[in-house]
Design a protein around this ligand. Structure first.
Ligand code: CAA
Length: 711
């Protein structure tokens, strides 16, 4: 087994290299070998300075997350960093690629830092439900100030080495030859007799903090990310850095870190970290299946979805041809896309040059033939099966036989859309979420005839757009919207039984949902669901036991959501702020009376329980029916596409935290009191009987997956 850490000598400089691909995670073994290397450096009188760097164009992405569920191997990261901190000769961290989490903490324990300008620095621990646990909350505020440190820790955002240079986090930023420059820097430090700069010996500059700084910060966080524990723990730890000695702060940080690490929230968030990385893998594709090399993308439909998808593709560097037969719609789209790009510029997410280059990549046309040279066309026209089928037939006449057509449908069955096409294998689904340039999720939908190349291409393109891509088997309503459908219908039923619109939205927000069910319905628009219900009923395909009579009545009263300034709420012109509306109460009351439903108060706990239980049970039915590759994909979809709280890990992970015995018992009780829609899915009862957690990253057995049988 080759070493994961190497110590080489170049005259009086020690070069210590971490080599633990792919991201130089600080596993137990890396920490052990780093300790040995630094102790050797310390003892060797001929070595006067050390440069620490990483192979694979990376410094380190932090502690190995896999090891969090095992007992910590010695030395722990704080122990290793204490050794480096105390060395009496200068240690220079040379940062390439990423210095994240424990990786950044390692760099902070070194006495000087030099970085390549493209390097990324950050504290992503909060995303794992923990806080920096190896001195990050103590050294970082001592270096860049408490406020900047807290912003970095609680936002979990990465900043560039250039920004690090400006804040004092990085001492030198170079554009090339990092390692030679780092060695020169070490020699310069020796020549100039620079002191050993230990952050542990500094004090945090508290003079710049107003007296309520930490209280205000806590309040701001509680409003911005309600329900998350780790960010608040990070504030406690940074506050401790402003008050006491370094050693005391370190030990307080460690106790908070351990508390967070053991929490249900961290368990859920670490599971999601791996679930998101597993989701894009299509396990049943033959190893030699290669995605098309997509050089440019055609997008048909210049409406809101088309605009968002176009913006996403432009940002990823693709030339895009946006087609619509309505020239006014194309003009509106050009303006909207330019505005979206400019808004990213204003928020410092793009430079002027990047904004201009992205916009320059956009071409618009009225002619479908304009997309004939593209390898991928994404359809984003209205949700009408016949219109879509007509478009696909026409596209097949202008595109090459190897090109892929992706439909953005969210409600139509891809197999129905593919029926009758001369080449159904070229059709795949790519369901983006609105606004498509901001939302993370893309559901890639495989119909019965979709070719492996089309699936691989859609997955690869979605990833290149920096989206979380998840595969869904061809099914009416896909995975996410199918669950949304039962969730919305249950929410509608709760209204009829006596719950209030605002009450239910507040209850779900307190549970941690980004939005309540009715706010979300208004935002998305009520028409899509209405047409989908009508279409299913007409086809006799609506076997869902609860319909959405209130939603239907609202649409029939022209209350179609935010777009019409009225839905479950009303909206002032130009405002997105929901305002309670007595007219809606009247519609609910009269609908309930017409259905002979007696309305009585419903408590918040019942609202949360019923809505989440419906989600959990439907998720299990989806697994049972074999239209998802692995259970964790469902959690990835609901967290990234529907605002399910990240700290609960998704509906299946949440079910595990409740205990499957309890979930089944509650469903059975509801089945007895309210009918068969609550019958627990057999997948759920089997998981309970075999004591198997629902939240699993494992690909389901071949027999359980329709797609795998076909492939
Ligand atoms: N530990 C273990 N594995 C890790 C890892 C880590 N810290 N970071 C990344 N990986 C793994 C990923 O799981 C993935 O593995 P598979 O190929 O088996 O799926 C592989 O490395 C590549 O990762 P990505 O697919 O994410 O690659 P990317 O190029 O898109 O992104 C990255 C690279 C920016 C480093 C990203 O992986 C990332 O953000 N990693 C997480 C970093 C992090 O959270 N660090 C903090 C750890 S906690 C800590 O250090 C606590 C402490 O204070 C003591």
């Amino acid at each position: 087994m080759c070493d994961v850490v190497k110590l080489e000598r170049e005259d009086d400089i020690a070069i210590i290299t971490i080599n633990n691909p792919p991201v130089n995670a600080l596993s137990g073994r890396v920490r052990r070998e780093l300790k040995d290397a630094f102790l050797t450096f310390q003892k060797d009188k001929k070595l006067l300075a050390a440069v620490l760097h990483g192979e694979h164009e990376a410094f380190s992405a932090g502690v190995d997350i896999h090891e969090f569920c095992k007992p910590t191997e010695a030395p722990s990261l704080p122990e290793l960093l204490a050794i480096i901190d105390e060395i009496e000769k200068p240690v220079v961290a040379a940062i390439d690629g990423n210095a994240l989490g424990g990786g950044l903490e390692l760099a902070l324990a070194c006495h000087y830092r030099i970085a390549h300008s493209h390097a990324q620095l950050g504290c992503p621990e909060i995303k794992l439900g923990i806080l920096p646990g190896a001195g990050g909350t103590q050294r970082l505020p001592r270096l860049i100030g408490a406020e900047a440190a807290l912003n970095m820790i609680t936002s979990a955002q990465f900043s560039s080495a250039r920004e690090g240079g400006l804040t004092g986090l990085i001492d030198r930023v170079v554009d090339d030859n990092l390692l030679p420059n780092a060695k020169d820097y070490a020699r310069h430090l020796l020549r100039t007799h620079s002191p050993i700069r230990r952050l542990s010996e500094r004090k945090v500059n508290t003079a710049v903090l107003n007296k309520d700084f930490f209280e205000d910060y806590r309040e701001k966080l509680a409003n911005a990310s309600p329900g998350f524990h780790a960010p608040l723990a990070a504030v406690d730890a940074v506050e401790a850095a402003t008050k006491g000695k370094f050693a005391k702060g370190i030990s307080y940080e460690r106790s908070l870190f351990n508390e967070c690490l053991q929490s249900e929230q961290s368990r859920a968030q670490r599971y999601l970290f791996f679930a998101q990385r597993r989701a894009p893998r299509v396990d049943f594709l033959a190893a030699d299946t290669t995605p098309l090399s997509v050089r440019s993308i055609g997008i048909v439909g210049a409406g809101k979805m088309g605009q968002g998808i176009t913006t996403s593709c432009l940002l990823a560097g693709y030339p895009v041809i946006l087609v619509d037969n309505d020239s006014h719609a194309l003009d509106v789209a050009r303006t909207a896309i330019e505005q979206s790009l400019t808004s990213l510029l204003r928020r410092h997410k793009l430079t002027h040059k990047q904004r201009d280059a992205a916009f320059y990549r956009l071409t618009t046309s009225h002619q479908l033939a304009a997309v004939s040279e593209t390898e991928l066309v994404i359809e984003a026209i209205q949700e009408h099966a016949d219109a879509k089928r007509g478009l696909f037939a026409e596209l097949l006449t202008v595109l090459s036989t190897s090109a892929v057509i992706a439909t953005n449908t969210s409600t139509l069955d891809i197999n129905i859309l593919a029926a009758g096409l001369t080449s159904p294998g070229q059709l795949v689904g790519m369901h983006f979420f609105s606004p498509a340039h901001l939302m993370q999720l893309v559901e890639v939908v495989q119909g019965d005839d979709t070719s492996p190349t089309a699936v691989a291409t859609a997955m690869a393109v979605a990833r290149s757009l920096k989206k979380v891509a998840v595969l869904s088997g061809g099914s009416d309503s896909l995975i996410g919207n199918r669950m949304l459908s039962v969730y919305s219908r249950e929410a509608d039923a709760l209204l009829l039984e006596g719950a209030g619109v605002e009450q239910a939205d507040n209850a779900m927000r307190q549970f941690g949902m980004a939005m309540g069910p009715f706010q979300m319905a208004d935002l998305v628009g009520l028409e899509g669901g209405y047409h989908a219900r009508q279409s299913r009923q007409q086809r006799g395909a609506d076997n869902l036991p609860v319909t959405s009579p209130v939603a239907d009545k609202l649409v029939e009263a022209e209350r179609k959501g935010q777009r019409t300034e009225a839905g479950y709420y009303r909206y002032e012109p130009g405002s997105r702020l929901p305002v309670a509306d007595a007219a809606v109460e009247n519609i609910i009351a009269s609908t309930a009376a017409a259905l002979s439903i007696h309305r009585a108060p419903v408590d918040n706990n019942t609202i949360v329980r019923r809505l989440t239980l419906r989600l959990i049970n439907e998720a299990c039915k989806i697994i049972e029916e074999g239209i998802v590759q692995r259970p964790s994909d469902i959690d990835v979809i609901w967290v990234n596409g529907y605002g399910f709280p990240l700290f609960r890990g998704g509906p299946l992970c949440y079910a595990d935290s409740l205990g499957l015995d309890n979930v089944v018992a509650e469903l059975e009780a509801l089945e007895r009191s309210s009918g068969p829609r609550w019958k627990p899915s057999s997948y759920l009862t089997q998981a309970m009987a075999s004591r198997t957690p629902l939240a699993s990253l494992d690909t389901l057995p071949v027999d359980g997956i329709k797609r795998q049988r076909r492939a």
